[in-house]
Ligand binder design. Structure first.
Ligand code: NDP
Length: 397
C-alpha cells in the first residue's frame, strides 16, 4: 500500500498494526500505547522468540489474527494457549517472515539483533509503514533495506529515540542546508568510570542503565557505547547526510534526543522524557499525533542540561563503528556479528566487559569483507564473522 493510501487513524477506521518482537521492551511499550488507544488500532500479527505464554496473552487481549514464535520448543505452549481462540498460531523463521508480510498499515520491527533482518525486509516488501527499532537491519544490510523500501513504496519511520528526534526536526525540503546531525548519547552506566573499573564490570552493572529501561542486548551496547556506533551507521542510512557530518555528543540527562544543525547556524532539537513511548507514539500516529501516558518533561526539575564530547579511549566502540561505516565492503556486518557474539558472551560471564570492543576490533582485523549485494552475501559474512568471534571468545575464556 502506498503511503498516500494509508488512512489517518480514527474511530471506525483503525490502523492495522503488527508487532514483531511483541514480548520485548519495544513491544511492551507499543502494546501499552495501543491498550490506551484501542479504538485507533487493530492488531494483526504478533511475534516473539520463545515467550509463548506472554505472546498468547497479548494475542488474546488484542484479538490478533496471527501469533508466531520463532523457537520450535515454544510452539506447543503457544498452540495450547491459543486453542479455541480466533488467533492462528504458527512457528519458525518462515512463519515469522510471513507474519511480517501480512497486510498491515504499520509494522513495528522490534526484534533484537540481526535476527530481525528478514522480517524487516518482508515488512518493507508489503509496501506499508515500517516503524523500525531493529537498527541492526540497517547496520547489516542498509543498502538492501533501502532498495527494498524504494521498490515497494514502503516508508521507514525511525523508532530509535535519536533517529525519531532527527526525523521530527529534519527539514526534508532543505536537506541540502543541513550541516550536520548531532546524535546525543547518555553515556550509559559507565560514563564516568575508568578503564580499570570497567574491566571489573559485571553483567548486572552493565544492564543497569541510568535513564532507559531496555532489553539486555541494547543495555550492554549502551554501556560500551557500541549502541551509539550502531546508531551512527543507522543515521547514515536514514538521512541524506555524509557519515563525517554525523557527530556524537554525550548528554547524561537524555532530554535532548538529538539535533540537526543547519547552514544558517540554527540547531533544531527534539526534547522529551526518556521514555520510548514518546517516539513509538510518534510513529504509531504519524503523520498525526496521539496521547501517550508518559510523565511530562519538567525542565525546571531537570535544572541543567550537560553536553560533552565522547571519550574515544575509554569507549572505543564508537570509532570502531565509524571506521566500519567508512570502510564499507561489509565491515558493518562484521562489526555487528562480532558485537552480538561478544555481548552474549559477556552476559554469560565468559568474557569481561572490555573484551567486548576488543573482540569486535579483532574480528574486524581478521575477516575479509566484501560488498553486500544480497541477503545471501550478508548471511555468509555474518556466519563467518560469528565463527571467528566465537573462537576468539573460546580462547579468551
Ligand atoms: P528485547 O530483548 O527486550 O526484546 C526482543 C524481542 O525480540 C522479544 O520479543 C524477543 O522474543 C524477540 N526475539 C529475540 N530473538 C529473536 C529471534 N531470534 N527471532 C525472533 N524473535 C526474537 O529487545 P528490545 O525491545 O530492547 O530491543 C529490540 C530492538 O529495538 C533492538 O534492535 C534494539 O536495539 C532496538 N531499540 C530498543 C530500545 C529499547 O528501549 N528497548 C530503544 C531503541 C532501539 P522473546 O521475548 O520470546 O525472547
Amino acid at each position: 500500500m502506498a503511503l498516500s493510501e494509508i488512512d489517518q487513524p480514527s474511530h471506525g477506521n483503525a490502523r492495522r498494526i503488527s508487532i514483531l518482537g511483541a514480548t520485548g521492551s519495544i513491544g511492551k511499550s507499543t502494546t501499552d500505547l495501543i491498550r490506551r488507544n484501542r479504538e485507533r488500532f487493530d492488531v494483526v500479527a504478533l511475534t516473539a522468540n520463545r515467550k509463548a505464554e506472554e505472546l498468547a496473552a497479548l494475542a488474546i487481549e488484542f484479538d490478533a489474527e496471527l501469533a508466531v514464535v520463532a523457537d520450535p520448543d515454544a510452539y506447543p505452549a503457544l498452540r495450547e494457549a491459543l486453542a479455541g481462540t480466533q488467533t492462528e498460531a504458527a512457528v519458525g523463521h518462515e512463519a515469522l517472515t510471513q507474519a511480517a508480510g501480512v497486510d498491515a498499515d504499520l509494522i513495528v520491527a522490534g526484534i533484537v539483533g540481526a535476527a530481525g533482518l528478514d522480517s524487516t525486509m518482508a515488512a518493507l516488501g508489503q509496501g506499508s509503514l515500517v516503524a523500525l527499532a531493529n537498527k541492526e537491519s540497517l547496520v547489516c544490510a542498509g543498502d538492501l533495506v533501502l532498495a527494498e523500501m524504494q521498490a515497494s513504496g514502503a516508508r521507514l519511520l525511525p523508532l530509535d529515540s535519536e533517529h525519531n528526534a532527527i526525523f521530527q526536526v529534519f527539514e526534508s525540503e532543505n536537506a541540502g542546508d543541513v550541516e550536520k546531525l548531532i546524535l546525543t548519547a547518555s553515556g550509559g552506566p559507565f560514563r564516568t568510570r575508568s578503564r580499570a573499573q570497567m574491566a571489573a564490570a559485571t553483567p548486572d552493572q552493565a544492564v543497569a542503565h541510568p535513564n532507559w529501561d531496555m532489553g539486555h542486548k541494547i543495555s550492554v551496547d549502551s554501556a560500551t557505547m557500541m549502541n551509539k556506533g550502531l546508531e551512527l551507521i543507522e543515521a547514515a542510512y536514514l538521512f541524506p547526510v555524509a557519515a563525517e557530518d554525523i557527530e556524537v555528543l554525550v548528554h547524561p540527562q537524555s532530554v535532548v534526543h538529538s539535533m540537526v544543525a543547519y547552514v544558517d547556524g540554527s540547531v533544531l532539537a527534539q526534547l522529551g522524557p526518556p521514555d520510548m513511548r514518546v517516539p513509538i507514539a510518534h510513529a504509531l500516529a504519524w503523520p498525526a499525533r496521539m496521547e501517550s501516558a508518559v510523565t511530562r518533561l519538567d525542565l525546571a526539575a531537570v535544572g541543567s542540561l550537560e553536553f560533552s564530547a565522547p571519550d574515544d579511549e575509554r569507549f572505543p566502540a564508537i570509532p570502531l563503528a565509524r571506521a566500519a561505516l567508512m570502510a564499507g565492503r561489509g565491515a558493518t556486518v562484521i562489526l555487528n556479528a562480532a558485537n552480538e557474539v561478544a555481548v552474549e558472551s559477556f552476559l554469560d560471564a565468559r568474557i569481561g566487559f572490555l573484551d567486548i570492543a576488543e573482540t569486535v576490533a579483532r574480528v574486524l582485523d581478521r575477516v575479509e569483507g566484501f560488498e553486500i549485494a544480497s541477503l545471501e552475501d550478508f548471511r555468509s559474512l555474518d556466519r563467518e564473522s560469528r565463527e571467528i568471534a566465537k573462537n576468539l571468545v573460546k580462547s579468551a575464556s
